[in-house]
Design a protein around this ligand. Structure first.
Ligand code: MG
Length: 161
């Protein structure tokens, strides 16, 4: 169960302060794609996203997208945003996350992961010892199977008495 607990939980990526991450020794950030930095299935990023990315870079953070999706949309978005990407990641498996660490030149201790799903992003990140940050999904739309997973997530995230 501990592996399913994010280190922190915020409304959106825009609530993540890059300066605060830098201050706690974080040097690299792994970003989930769908419903974390863009709404599910979208080809375009919101105008705020490049602003956040620029702020993260100013804070000395390196960024890398790690998505379980593959295909032209993932490459397109990574290209437009100017970020390296590991696609077809099979999170919560750790291989793709380790590859991202190599791209970032960071270690688990100096890397954060921002994602919207407990059973892929947070579980994978925690298994590797990353600083995991859970965001609320950007849209109500999801891969159909993910909707079932959401139900389980809501149960797990219920406040404990
Ligand atoms: Mg996602």
């Amino acid at each position: 169960m501990r592996l399913l607990r994010p280190a922190s939980q915020v409304d959106s990526i825009y609530a993540v302060d890059p300066g605060a991450l830098g201050a706690r020794g974080i040097r690299g950030v792994i970003l989930d794609l769908d419903n974390t930095i863009v709404p599910w299935g979208h080809w375009h990023a919101a105008p705020e996203l490049p602003v956040w990315i620029a702020a993260a870079r100013d804070a000395g953070l390196r960024l890398c997208i790690v998505s379980n999706n593959a295909g032209p949309r993932v490459r397109h978005l990574a290209g437009v945003l100017g970020l390296p990407v590991v696609a077809g990641a099979l999170k919560p498996r750790r291989a793709a996350l380790r590859r991202a660490l190599r791209l970032l030149g960071t270690t688990p201790l100096t890397t954060a992961l921002i994602g919207d799903q407990l059973f892929t992003d947070i579980l994978g990140g925690n298994r590797l010892g990353l600083h995991t940050i859970l965001v609320r999904p950007q849209s109500g739309r999801d891969f159909p199977l993910t909707r079932l997973v959401r139900l389980a997530e809501r149960l797990l995230l219920r406040p404990r008495p």
